[in-house]
Each structure stands twice: as structure tokens, then as C-alpha cells.
Design a protein around this ligand. Structure first.
Ligand code: SF4
Ligand code: SF4
Length: 451
């Protein structure tokens, strides 16, 4: 087993960490898929309101790659199809039947997984709706089924506050997880599947033992597959490695083990406004209000699907997307008296600079969404460079993009950006470097696709 120490990054000790307890949630009465939250796809609907669907029925396809299907996480009736601006499909909502029907898919045991032709394996995964869970670096689009990945990376940690801890979904499912790794090894062909975790993940280390290829230590985002790739690749031919989230390895395995579209999800609910910060066993596309019916805060609360750095704000009336395994509830920070937050000493507020007195003690801190003032010019403090785990010079990359010099930004390493959000977080001028880089990477990719 290799060991890797990532030096750059930043870890926060925040109030509202989910306890490791795993609580079984009641079955919700509806679930949804959020096409808008699946990057780069152009969905074409295959259902209409009032249609009856089974678990595993096709809801929509990607116009760009029509063979890639997106399946229903529930059996029942299509209750709503909600659109955003420019007819973007936001939500396809399924009202669940008391007794749900399932589309059947082929079951494969370990020996059959080892002997099936790779192309047939890919077709089985695509038809079973699991292909979107396999993604490709550096753009993080759904993997190209026709490509042979230089490697497949699976990270087993939860450094971003607050994501589902691997122990919570791995317990009781170790054999299933190993079956998922078997599937990934067949997909990787002659190349490797890298399973990495951190030394602090005792349960993962003890149960998966020799399956783990690398122990990665360091602050957030040391557990990101892009960081792992950046620090281990030997040539640019490895840039388009595939990656799969730890919990999604289990989803793949369940498809083959049970011949059904898997719907189980372990979700972490955290954040200082979470009434009951803990892990819940629930299902794909669960309503947010089902996960967190109460909040622990008097003012406005932001619902964030995913972690606090990379997640996205979402109305509490919405649902959890297919990639999200966490819901974080954070005060908006727009309460009276906080308007001058920039000038108020904050023993409980996180800071990378020395703006708040919290820098001098080690207590868990409270985060809110107040940026403490408007955009300000870069003051060349270098904090963004200090935390960036992939040695981009974010302030120079940003300036290049601001001036329209995309080639220069690429030469700074724009495509290595793992979209961790740290540079924006530490920036005292609150320049949104992260969104700028994410958008610039997407623009480069879309340009390639059009070429
Ligand atoms: S430039 Fe990218 S990788 Fe570096 S800190 Fe910013 S978001 Fe993270
Ligand atoms: S952290 Fe912000 S202000 Fe400081 S160098 Fe980077 S972009 Fe400029």
C-alpha cells in the first residue's frame, strides 16, 4: 500500500458534524430526479405527467449520447415535471405507489462478472442506469463508454464538511463493496483501480485491507480523486482517469446482485442549523424536507445539497440529486446586527486570515453564508495559492481568465483545478475564483465537444 501526504489544503472544525449513528428514515411518499444538476447533459424526456413508471423505468436520455439513460428511483406516477428558465428540466417527481413495481435487470455473480465481455458489461451498466455514476476527469462529465480509462479512482473519505462518512455506508456491505470493485476492475481492463482512504478511516482500513492501494493524508480536499491523480500521475495521458464515489460502488454492485435499479442511499445531514445532525438510511431522490423537517435556527437557513464547499443552494421544497449524499443546513447570516459582520470580532466565526479572533483557539466554529461585505479587488495576499492542493496560482489564473487569456490560464494548470472551492473561501476579497474556474473548465470542454 502506498502512502501519500498532501500538504496544501485547509480543514475546518465546524459545529454541526453529523453523528455516526445511522438512522433508518421512513419511506417518503415521493422521490425525484434533478436533470438540471447533472453536468453537461442535454435531457430529452421519455415520460409525461400522469405516466405510470416502475423503479428503473427510463425517465430521460441524454440527447448528446442517447444510449445513456436516466432511470426512475421510484415506482408510481409522474406527479410533476418542473421546468426552470429556458425550459431547463429541474425536477421529475414520482409519487410512489404503496407497492412499487420494478423493471428487471440481469443479475450477475462474481464469476459471471469476471467472464463477461467488457463491452457487454458496459451495456449492462448503461441499461441498468448506473453509468452516470462513473465520471471522467478533469471535467467531471459522465465517462465516455467507448474509452478505456487510464485508471479508475475511488476515494473513501469525507473531508469536506459534511459528507457521508464511508463507515456509515460500508458497515454490513463489505462483500457487496468488493463486488463493486470487481466490476470496476473489469472496466479498467489492464489498467488499475485505485482505492484510497486516509489513515483516520480505521474501519475502512481494517475491513478493506489489501483492496486499498493508497493511504492519503492531508487536509481537505486530499480525498478528491483529482488531487490524487495530480500527485500520482506520470504523464498527461492519465488526465482522463475515471472516478466513482465510494457509495456509488455499492450502487453498481447492488444492480448486479439484485437485478434491480438500486435506490438505497446513506445521507449525512449536518450544519449548525441541522436539528438532528446524523446519517440517515433513505433512498435516492429523497425530498429535503423529509430529511430535515425541522431546523435549529430562528433566521433564514440555506439548504445546501452536498458539502459546504462544493454543494449548491437548493430550496427546501426540492430533492437530493443523484450525486449528492449530504444535506447541510447553514444560517444565511443575514440577521440584523450581522450586516456589519466584517467589523465584528468573531470568536465563533471561521477565518483563514486573522480577521476574526477564532484564529487563536481551536473550538468548533459556526459558519454562515454572509460574505461580510461586497466584492473587493485582489490584494495579492497569496492565501489562495497557499491552500490550492494542485499548485495552480489561482490569482494569476483568475487574472488571465478575466483578461480573456484562456491559453494562459490553461498554462497555469486550469484543468488541474479540482473545483474544491478553497480559494474562494480563504480569499479576503471574496473573489469567486472557484465559480470562475469551474465555468472556464466547462467552457473549454464544451468547445472541445463542438470541435
Ligand atoms: S484553484 Fe481550484 S483546486 Fe485550487 S483551491 Fe481553487 S478551486 Fe481548489
Ligand atoms: S486570496 Fe484573493 S486577494 Fe488574496 S491573492 Fe488570492 S485572489 Fe488575491
Amino acid at each position: 500500500m502506498n502512502e501519500l501526504r498532501i500538504k496544501r489544503g485547509y480543514s475546518l472544525n465546524l459545529v454541526g458534524a453529523p453523528s455516526p449513528d445511522l438512522e433508518q428514515l421512513n419511506r417518503p411518499d415521493r422521490v425525484a430526479v434533478l436533470p438540471e444538476r447533472i453536468p453537461f447533459i442535454k435531457p430529452r424526456l421519455k415520460v409525461a405527467v400522469e405516466d405510470t413508471v416502475k423503479v428503473g423505468s427510463v425517465l430521460f436520455i441524454d440527447k448528446r449520447r442517447p444510449e445513456i439513460t436516466f432511470l426512475s428511483p421510484g415506482g408510481g406516477k409522474i406527479a410533476e415535471i418542473n421546468f426552470g428558465p429556458r425550459r431547463v428540466i429541474r425536477e421529475i417527481v414520482v409519487a410512489l405507489d404503496e407497492k412499487e413495481a420494478f423493471e428487471p435487470f440481469p443479475k450477475l455473480d462474481g464469476t459471471e462478472i469476471d467472464s463477461i465481455e467488457r463491452l457487454d458489461l458496459i451495456t449492462t451498466i448503461i441499461n441498468g442506469g448506473m453509468w452516470p455514476l462513473i465520471r471522467e476527469l478533469p471535467y467531471r462529465d459522465i465517462a465516455r463508454p467507448e474509452a478505456m480509462p487510464p485508471a479508475i479512482l475511488v476515494g473513501m473519505d469525507a473531508k469536506e464538511p459534511f459528507l457521508a462518512n464511508p463507515e456509515s455506508y460500508l458497515k454490513g456491505n463489505v462483500d457487496l463493496f468488493r463486488s463493486g470493485l470487481r466490476i470496476l476492475r473489469r472496466l479498467a481492463g489492464e489498467n488499475s483501480v485505485h482505492l484510497f482512504t486516509s489513515p483516520r478511516q480505521d474501519y475502512v482500513r481494517q475491513t478493506l485491507g489489501s483492496d486499498i492501494t493508497c493511504l492519503v493524508s492531508g487536509p481537505y480536499p486530499a480525498d478528491d480523486p483529482g488531487v490524487m491523480l495530480y500527485h500520482t500521475k506520470t504523464s498527461s495521458s492519465e488526465n482522463r482517469a475515471w472516478f466513482v464515489q465510494g457509495q456509488d460502488v455499492l450502487m453498481l454492485a447492488r444492480l448486479f446482485a439484485f437485478g434491480r435499479y438500486p435506490t438505497e442511499r446513506v445521507v449525512a445531514v449536518g450544519g449548525s442549523a441541522a436539528d438532528r445532525p446524523r446519517h440517515f438510511r433513505t433512498r435516492l431522490g429523497v425530498p429535503l424536507i423529509h430529511l430535515a423537517p425541522e431546523v435549529k435556527h430562528n433566521g433564514d437557513v440555506r439548504y445546501t445539497a452536498g458539502g459546504l464547499f462544493r454543494g449548491y443552494a437548493i430550496p427546501s421544497s426540492s430533492y437530493l440529486g443523484i450525486y449528492e449524499t449530504a444535506l447541510n443546513l447553514v444560517p444565511e447570516g443575514n440577521v440584523p446586527g450581522e450586516l456589519l459582520g466584517l467589523f465584528r470580532p468573531g470568536p465563533r466565526k471561521p477565518t483563514f486570515s486573522r480577521a476574526f479572533t477564532s484564529r487563536v483557539h481551536r473550538r468548533a466554529l459556526t459558519v454562515d453564508c454572509n460574505v461580510h461585505g461586497g466584492d473587493r479587488a485582489c490584494i495579492a495576499c497569496g492565501y489562495c495559492t497557499y491552500v490550492c492542493p494542485v499548485d495552480i496560482l489561482p490569482q494569476f489564473t483568475y487574472k488571465a481568465l478575466y483578461a480573456g487569456e484562456v491559453e494562459e490560464a490553461l498554462s497555469h494548470g486550469l484543468l488541474d483545478c479540482v473545483e474544491c472551492g478553497l480559494c474562494s473561501f480563504v480569499c479576503p476579497s471574496k473573489i469567486d475564483l472557484y465559480e470562475t474556474f469551474k465555468q472556464a473548465k466547462a467552457d473549454v470542454y464544451l468547445e472541445q465537444l463542438r470541435a
